[in-house]
Design a protein around this ligand. Structure first.
Ligand SMILES: NC(=O)c1ccc[n+]([C@@H]2O[C@H](COP(=O)([O-])OP(=O)(O)OC[C@H]3O[C@@H](n4cnc5c(N)ncnc54)[C@H](OP(=O)(O)O)[C@@H]3O)[C@@H](O)[C@H]2O)c1
Length: 255
């Protein structure tokens, strides 16, 4: 019997949902969370024939709710072998000086506080699994490379990278692996959320190029989590072939 359990945050859309499908295909048991209950229920129905699925409506920003949800996991869904810290968002793709403070707080509360809330709650279960367990954190190229409008989003993803590396130091000897997966441009609901629901802006960003898909990233997550126990990928930065860096911006006097 395959009793490997993957715990995915943000399973209602994009990378998280594709990752749930990928692990289900391989017969893992799934713990799926997110705020949109209707989507969790739909996904559970879809995957029920393939895998055992436990769903829980959860806002990762709420530390007490996260701890209670993990404490209440049914026996069949522990210990956890892989935690995919995927829930996250970007907001306000505009200059820092124009952003409302609430948007910065929402990104920090979700991408930083939420991620540590879940990590803290699930860590004992991962330690119980020991060798072969893994934490896969969703960082971003924005955590390493600045761009206009990236302000707090990029900073939260830099946190994800450093937190992942620091966790590795403390988990040395436990067998628990930690990876920061840092995707570049990928077409999900990410831009729709970032632009406050502007479908035209989202379509425009991805038009005429070939972004990564949610399935591309799900495949990377699955790969990292199923490598032999003695291999730890520290950081995996993945871009579409048609995306690369650009020149520095220089402010010049008018000609
Ligand atoms: N798409 C990209 O280009 C890209 C690139 C690099 C990194 N990333 C990162 O990849 C991760 C997934 O993004 P995605 O592209 O798949 O975007 P997405 O399609 O918008 O999915 C984001 C997921 O996060 C969940 N979420 C957001 N806030 C939450 C909260 N407070 N509590 C619980 N769940 C929450 C959402 O679920 P609910 O709304 O149902 O709660 C949703 O399932 C994020 O961390 C993002 O920063 C994305």
């Amino acid at each position: 019997m395959n009793n490997k359990v993957v715990f995915i945050t943000g399973a209602t859309s994009g990378f998280g949902r594709a990752t749930a499908r990928r692990f289900a295909q391989a017969g893992w048991s799934l713990v799926l969370s997110g705020r949109r209950t209707d989507r969790l229920e739909e996904l559970k129905k879809e995957l029920a024939g393939q895998a055992a699925v436990h769903i829980a409506t959860l806002d990762v920003r709420d530390a007490d709710a996260v701890a209670a949800m993990v404490a209440a996991l049914p026996a069949a869904f522990r210990p956890v072998r892989c935690l995919v810290n995927n829930a996250g968002l970007a907001l306000a793709p505009i200059p820092a000086q124009k952003v409302v403070l609430k948007d910065w707080h929402t990104m920090i509360d979700t991408n930083v506080t939420g991620l540590v809330n879940v990590t803290h709650a699930v860590l004992p279960s991962l330690l119980e699994t020991g060798a072969g367990a893994s934490i896969v954190n969703l960082g971003s190229v924005a955590g390493s490379w600045p761009y206009p409008g990236g302000h707090v989003y990029g900073a939260t993803k830099a946190f994800v990278q450093q937190f992942s590396y620091n966790l590795r130091c403390d988990l040395q000897g436990t067998g628990v692996r930690v990876t920061d997966i840092a995707p570049g441009m990928a077409e999900t609901e990410f831009t729709l959320v970032r632009t406050g629901g502007d479908q035209a802006a989202s379509d425009k960003l991805y038009r005429g190029t070939t972004p990564l898909t949610a399935e591309d990233i799900a495949e990377q997550i699955f790969y990292v989590a199923t490598l032999p126990d003695h291999i730890n990928i520290n950081r995996l930065e993945v871009m579409p072939t048609r995306q690369a860096w650009s020149a520095f911006a220089i402010d010049r006097d008018p000609a």
